[in-house]
Design a protein around this ligand. Structure first.
Ligand code: SAM
Length: 277
């Protein structure tokens, strides 16, 4: 890795941290079951065992951390790590409100979780790994953290769903559309498998699920999206064109509307589960 690549990675990490810190007050709290359904499906897919230790990388407000803590039970332990302090506070609050005593939440880097080598039975990450600038370093760290035969399970977007045209509709208004990711290792099953197998993992299982996420109407979509990573898509549109971009998005959303006006967005999610050698 060159010095420039490392510097670019650090810049990306800082940008992600500050974005999610800004989003943390309203993230996943507008009553739309988007992150929750994906996180619960991931936790089920991870096949966590009662009494085991699980680390949730990029835990956000706790969408996967909480079901993971319940799955491992009082004899087990769940640790949530997030780079954004605001998200850690949200997750901590949720854990306290639910009275879960087997959970610890801390600020940390998902690329290098600070845990004892060989001390973790499973690592889960819902909609996180594509934010990591150095996935190879992250996989090396996960292999060190996990017990032999430990599980790594994560969710990523699979594309080819209602989000692609929506994204294209809005990014048409961006002066220079965001540059393509350099390392799109998560964009196909084969690439994911190859990446994992090159870094101490085997028995790779991958499944794709189409979740229908329902918004009561277009304004509800806009409110929700403003409190997700989508905020950066809206902010990339020059201020004077944002109304036009929103109108174009509304037109697309209307094309998906049900007779009662609700909008169902098909979201294709890829679930990956693998084990250390
Ligand atoms: C799309 S959110 C998903 C949050 C949560 N897993 C969920 O399903 O709702 C991505 C999360 O990953 C976190 N994140 C991104 N890069 C990270 C890194 N390098 N280390 C730790 N957390 C990171 C962000 O702060 C954010 O909370």
């Amino acid at each position: 890795m060159t010095r420039e690549t490392i510097a670019r990675g650090m810049d990306r990490k800082l940008a992600v941290q500050s974005l999610f810190d800004e989003l943390s007050p309203g993230y996943d709290s507008t009553g739309i079951d988007f992150f929750g359904v994906i996180a619960r499906t991931l936790v089920e897919y991870a096949r966590l065992r009662e009494g085991s230790t699980v680390v949730d990388i990029g835990c956000g407000a706790g969408a996967a951390l909480i079901p993971a803590a319940r799955a491992v039970g009082a004899r087990g332990a769940a640790v949530g790590i997030d780079v954004a302090a605001g998200m850690v506070e949200r997750a901590q609050r949720a854990v306290e409100e639910l009275g879960l005593e087997n959970v610890e939440v801390r600020v940390g880097d998902a690329e290098a979780p600070a845990v004892e080598p060989g001390s973790v039975d499973a690592i889960v990450g819902s909609l996180v790994v594509f934010f990591l600038p150095d996935i190879e370093a992250a996989l090396e760290a996960y292999a060190r953290a996990l017990v032999v035969g430990g599980t790594l399970a994560f969710s990523t977007f699979a594309g080819d769903d209602d989000w692609t045209p929506l994204d294209e509709t809005v990014t048409r208004f961006t002066p220079s559309p965001p540059a393509a990711e350099e390392e799109a290792w998560f964009e196909s099953r084969d690439e994911i498998r190859a990446m994992l197998e090159a870094h101490h993992f085997h028995e790779v299982a991958i499944e794709e699920v189409r979740h229908e996420v329902s918004f009561p109407n277009a304004p509800a979509f806009h409110e929700w999206s403003w409190w997700t990573g989508w905020r950066s898509t809206w902010l990339a549109v020059p201020a004077e064109q944002r109304d036009e971009a929103r109108a174009a998005a509304d037109e697309y959303l209307r094309s998906l509307a049900e007779p009662d006006g609700s909008i169902r967005l098909a979201t294709a999610v890829r679930y990956t589960r693998t084990r250390t050698n």
